[in-house]
Design a protein around this ligand. Structure first.
Ligand SMILES: C[S@@+](CC[C@H](N)C(=O)[O-])C[C@H]1O[C@@H](n2cnc3c(N)ncnc32)[C@H](O)[C@@H]1O
Length: 262
C-alpha cells in the first residue's frame, strides 16, 4: 500500500442491490472485494437472516464473473441474539434469491448441524460464520465447519468487536489470532475477522497481500480504507432514501444501533 495504490472493485462499481437493516452494513465493500479476488466456487454462510451479507457475496459473484454457488444456511427462526422473527423474513430472502440469483444460490432452511452432511471435507472456498454469537456457539460452528474448508480457503467471523451481553465471538477470534498465521481483523462496526486456512495455492491478490502483510502501517491503512468505504456506501444510501422519500417511495433502511440484528 505504501508503494502501490489499491483501488478496490467495490469503490469502482459497487451499487448494493439489497439494503436491509443489519450491523453487517460496515463490511459490504470488503465482502464485495473478497469475492472478486478469491473467486470462490463454493461459498457457505451460516446465519443469513435478512440476507445483507449473503446477497452482497452473490452480487459480487455476478458482477465479477465468478462462476460458483452460494449456500445460505439458517433455520430462519432467529436465536437468542436476534430474537425470534416471523416467516416473512425467509419469504423475502427466498424471493430476492429467485428474482436475482436463480441457479447459483441454495437456501438451506435447517440447523447448521443438519446441513453439515451435505458438504465434503476440504470443499468450501469461503465460509462465513454469523450464527449465534456466544463463545460456545462460535466455537461449535468453527469446530464443525472448519474441516469442510479447503486449504487456502477463507473463514469470516462477524461481530468480533462486539463486547456486549454474552457475545463471545471476540474472545474466540482472539484465540485464533494467537494460534494462526494468516489472520486479519476489521475493527470498525461490530468487527469482522478473516482467517486463511493454511495450505493451498494463493493466487496473486493485492487484497490478500495487504491483509496478511503483518506490517502494522499497511494493516492500519487497509482498515482505514474500509472504514471510509463503508461510510461512503451508507451515506449514499441515506441520500437515496431522502430522494426516494421526497418522491413517496419506501426503501429498506440500514443501521447498526441494535446489535441484535448483527
Ligand atoms: C446474526 S443473524 C445473521 C445476520 C446476517 N448474516 C446479516 O447479513 O445480517 C444470525 C442468524 O443465524 C440463525 N441461526 C443461529 N443459530 C443457528 C443454528 N444453529 N442453525 C441455524 N440457524 C441459526 C438465526 O436464525 C439468525 O437468522
Amino acid at each position: 500500500m505504501q508503494n502501490s495504490i489499491y483501488f478496490p472493485p467495490s469503490l469502482q462499481r459497487f451499487e448494493p442491490k439489497r439494503m436491509v437493516f443489519s450491523t453487517w452494513v460496515d463490511h459490504l465493500c470488503f465482502a464485495y472485494d473478497l469475492i472478486e479476488t478469491l473467486r470462490p466456487q463454493i461459498t457457505v454462510e451460516l446465519g443469513v437472516y435478512n440476507g445483507l451479507s449473503f446477497f452482497t457475496f452473490c452480487q459480487s459473484m455476478v458482477e465479477n464473473d465468478v462462476e460458483g454457488v452460494a449456500y445460505g444456511i439458517d433455520c430462519w427462526e432467529g436465536d437468542e441474539h436476534t430474537d425470534s422473527y416471523d416467516d416473512s423474513i425467509y419469504q423475502d430472502v427466498a424471493e430476492h434469491a429467485r428474482a436475482n440469483y436463480r441457479g447459483m444460490t441454495y437456501l438451506l432452511r435447517m440447523f447448521f448441524n443438519e446441513a453439515l452432511q451435505h458438504f465434503e471435507t476440504d470443499s468450501i472456498d469461503l465460509l462465513h460464520i454469523d450464527g449465534l454469537h456466544t463463545y460456545e456457539a462460535v466455537q461449535e460452528d468453527f469446530t464443525n465447519w472448519y474441516p469442510k474448508v479447503k486449504p487456502g480457503g477463507i473463514v469470516l467471523f462477524h461481530d468480533v468487536m462486539a463486547r456486549i451481553k454474552d457475545f463471545g465471538a471476540w474472545k474466540f477470534f482472539e484465540e485464533l489470532e494467537a494460534s494462526h498465521d494468516e489472520v486479519f481483523r476489521f475493527n470498525h462496526g461490530f468487527g469482522l475477522g478473516v482467517l486463511r486456512k493454511p495450505g493451498g495455492e494463493r493466487r496473486p491478490s493485492q487484497l490478500m497481500d495487504l491483509m496478511f502483510s503483518k506490517d502494522p502501517e499497511i494493516e492500519h491503512r487497509l482498515r482505514q480504507l474500509y472504514v471510509h468505504a463503508g461510510l461512503f456506501i451508507e451515506s449514499r444510501h441515506k441520500a437515496d432514501l431522502v430522494r426516494q422519500g421526497r418522491k413517496g417511495i419506501r426503501l429498506g433502511g440500514v443501521g447498526k444501533k441494535q446489535p441484535a440484528a448483527g
